[in-house]
Write a protein that binds this ligand. Sequence first.
Ligand code: FES
Length: 197
Amino acid sequence: MTWRPVGLTRDVPAGRVMRAWVDGQDAVVWRSTRGVLSAWDNRCPHRGMALSHGFVRGEDLACLYHGWHYGAEGGVCSLIPSHPDLTPPDTIKTRAFQSAESDGVIWVRLEGSPDLAPPAIAPGLDPLRSFEIRAREGDIAHGAAAKPFEPAILSLLFNPIAHDRTLVTVLIDAQATSDQRKLASRWCEDVRREVEA
Ligand code: FES
């Protein structure tokens, strides 16, 4: 399985929960209070509620529905609020995926050798933003190539999240000025408008 870029490190600070898509899999990506990043199946093992609606409680993610807690280390259920004295069996756990961070980008993959790190981004580039476009990767690449951005080097990473939707992560020359970054952000919106039109 391939590592997929699902967002920027700065968009998922401690205590934040985010929904992501990885090779057609609905996933929840979240960061505990101490900073542990996790990526799981976006489905509560209890009754199937989307865990991306849940809340971070210290080192646990709590489901919105009945409040069951799942621990950042391994996704095992750590608390069932309606039975607070019960130690939940280890078999109640979320389905965990591999997650990693590299140069400010969060990567997730569904399976594969834990030794294989996510791809490093090219030296000298910084993550600029991550956003969704209602189009396929090929159409976005074509639209971006037809509208060259002159002020600074840009590079795009793609994560196909549905047959007609793609998450685009934009990297920019680390030396780019704040004005160039603003221009690049506008360029992203222009490309999106034109590709989606
Ligand atoms: S569905 Fe998540 S705690 Fe019940």
